[in-house]
Design a protein around this ligand. Sequence first.
Ligand SMILES: C[N+](C)(C)CCCC[C@H](N)C(=O)O
Length: 288
Amino acid sequence: MPVEEFVAGWISGALGLVLGHPFDTVKVRLQTQTTYRGIVDCMVKIYRHESLLGFFKGMSFPIASIAVVNSVLFGVYSNTLLLLTATSHQERRAQPPSYMHIFLAGCTGGFLQAYCLAPFDLIKVRLQNQTEPVAQPGSTPPQYQGPVHCAASIFREEGYRGLFRGAWALMLRDTPTMGIYFITYEGLCHQYTPEGQNPSSATVLVAGGFAGIASWVAATPLDVIKSRMQMDGLRRRVYQGVLDCMVSSVRQEGLGVFFRGVTINSARAFPVNAVTFLSYEYLLRWWG
Ligand SMILES: C[N+](C)(C)CCCC[C@H](N)C(=O)O
């Protein structure tokens, strides 16, 4: 089984992640808290109360986990295509796989990475939602002191299954939308690249950026539900399950609730995924 894809997936994921984390914090806050009036208001408040560091809350864990998560995504994607079409990464430019195969491979990668991502994503969301200023003497300390403490507290209070809170919504979010992610990327690359050649850097950047936007727009409704399920259980349980969370969110806030954070998600998705695909392609070409 080719391993380069796993390693390339890891490095490229980490680069994209750092770039996108401040956007991600704003997104999570807008989706789960009602104190902010919009993107700018949220950014200003984070900066005033929590300084620049506020934007990077909860990042250390995703950096560690991206090694597992992105390598599973890209590794499984590429190896599923190898199984389906019997072509390696290098051969795929000359013999492009069908969109059906790309979609299936993307869904498989998305499904498997969701399970690895679930506990890490839960901890990230819980830490991002702590609004206390970072380490100020005299102020009440936040509930979770850091990722390890957060994981241990969840385990203690909510059990092993508590670490997988929201995992079902995450899997529903990622399986189809990772299919969309790879289809958009491959489709755009194919469109703007002469037969049999490698796509140019500009093409990879733009195709990667739009792949990120397309998959995030499709993923946003379930992303909101996922984040809410993850915050549920912190004090008392509010939602019975994914469906119940959807119904009560719509009842209370209208259909617009499904698009909370879509603008910030898209603004984040372009640079993150442009950089992810560019480094992924270059690492593989370089090793190939
Ligand atoms: C499938 N879904 C839309 C959720 C994510 C697709 C892009 C994944 C990328 N690592 C990022 O963080 O943007």
